[in-house]
Design a protein around this ligand. Structure first.
Ligand code: FAD
Length: 382
């Protein structure tokens, strides 16, 4: 064996796993096809939940070089303002190019052997071996796929990385700006896409404008974006990019045999808010801890069951969010939900607390879903 753990992908999930495993003394190979800094399509909305995991795993806190704090949030439906919150729970805005480069550098500093940029010529999940283009084969008792929504490891294990009927898709543009924006609010437009939403996230030198939703329900995603952009880009048509977003369709067993999956590769994205950075970091940490424990006991086969158990609270959160999503985004119910939201600033604040990571779905209590359902149904009656 050349290593104890091979990690594919050095985004938030892979870097968190690398830092955790290397600090625990494992010999870690961290492979990424890109060299850092590299771009990653993402709104860059960094929640309180992400911040807690950043501190816990990397020992780093929010700093002003990488993060712009935002306290003002606006909820909109098809351009109509539902509510404005100048003192909303804090959320921070970051550019993934810089943020991920910082995480990647931390993983290298922790002792991971980095292979980046490196292309994979052959991948054998059962043998946990990776051959790199240009030669060199790495082997280990365990392999972790933290290689994003279109994970090569998930494809090698299961034939495909995601279920096309369940996958989300996001389109984004970066609208440059010269000086401070007239208003630095985070805006969420709940009608900009079906089973999803549109966002406008202020950054230091630009505004990230995008829309995302279930791909199967948005065959005309580009047209939705153009409509949304007409309000946000002042007539400019900056270059648009798209990426998959596995929101809500997580893998009940995140891997197979001695191969584990974390972050987007395991489908760990919030099905309502699209938040994925926090669960990527946390699942990377949990996968690495399971690897450390299983290897210390000389039972690498135990890593997957240990990791699956450790993921239970995250899976439970994603299940709760999926149930709630059916009320918030179902086209037949959404108009009644939006009317309710417009009438009730308290409901808006709870939505924003979920969005900013101040609140977990579990905190809403088990009665939240039936209560909301009853109120929405009442609102549907003529
Ligand atoms: C449009 C859009 C907007 C989003 N906005 C937000 C947001 O505002 N806030 C939020 O919290 N989340 C957001 N997300 C979700 C978030 O971006 C992801 O959940 C998060 O990046 C997942 O981290 P990860 O480490 O699992 O994967 P990634 O960040 O995708 O990292 C995967 C890494 O693997 C590497 N890789 C891929 N394939 C290979 C291979 N074959 N070999 C080697 N390396 C490979 C890649 O180069 C990359 O570095 C958004 C997603 C999209 C698509």
């Amino acid at each position: 064996m050349t290593h104890d753990l091979i990690i594919l992908g050095s985004g938030p999930a892979g870097a968190a796993a690398g830092v955790t495993a290397a600090r625990a003394g494992l010999r870690v190979a961290l492979i990424d096809r890109a060299s850092f800094p590299r771009d990653k399509l993402c709104g860059g909305g960094f929640t309180g939940r992400s911040r807690r995991h950043l501190i816990e795993i990397f020992g780093q806190d929010i700093d002003s070089d990488l993060f712009l704090p935002c306290h003002r949030m606006r909820l909109v439906a098809d351009g109509v303002r539902l509510g404005e919150h100048p003192d909303a729970p804090s959320i921070w805005m970051t550019m993934r190019r810089d943020f991920d480069a910082m995480l990647h550098a931390e993983a290298a500093r922790a002792g991971c052997e980095v292979f980046a940029p490196a292309r994979i010529a052959a991948l054998d999940p059962q043998a946990a071996s990776v051959t790199l283009e240009g030669g060199g084969t790495l082997t280990a008792p365990l392999i972790l796929g933290a290689d994003g929504a279109n994970s090569a490891l998930a494809r090698a294990l299961f034939g495909r990385a995601y279920d096309p009927a369940q996958i989300g898709f996001g389109l984004e543009v970066e609208v440059p700006r010269d000086g401070p924006a007239p208003d630095d609010a985070v805006e969420i437009d709940l009608s900009a896409a079906a089973w999803g939403y549109g966002w406008s996230f202020p950054k230091a030198r630009s505004v990230t404008v995008g829309i995302g939703g279930l791909q199967s329900r948005n065959p005309d995603m580009r047209a939705h974006l153009d409509r949304y952009l007409a309000r946000h880009a002042g007539g400019a048509t900056p270059k648009c990019k798209g990426a998959f977003l596995p929101f809500g369709d997580f893998r009940r067993e995140p891997g197979q045999g001695r191969a584990l999956l974390a972050g987007d590769a395991a489908g760990l994205v919030d099905p309502i808010t699209g938040e994925g950075i926090a669960w990527a970091m946390k699942s990377g940490q949990l996968a690495a801890q399971a690897a450390v424990q299983a290897l210390a006991a000389g039972t690498p086969d135990r890593a997957l069951p240990l990791y699956t158990r450790a993921l239970r609270p995250i899976h439970a959160e994603l299940r709760r969010a999926r149930t709630l999503r059916a009320l918030i985004y179902r086209p037949r119910l959404q108009p009644a939900f939006l009317r309710l939201l417009q009438r009730e600033p308290g409901l808006q604040r709870r939505y924003l607390a979920l969005l900013s990571g101040d609140l977990d779905y579990a905190d809403l209590g088990w009665r939240a879903v039936p209560k909301l359902a009853a109120r929405i149904l009442r609102g549907l009656r003529p």
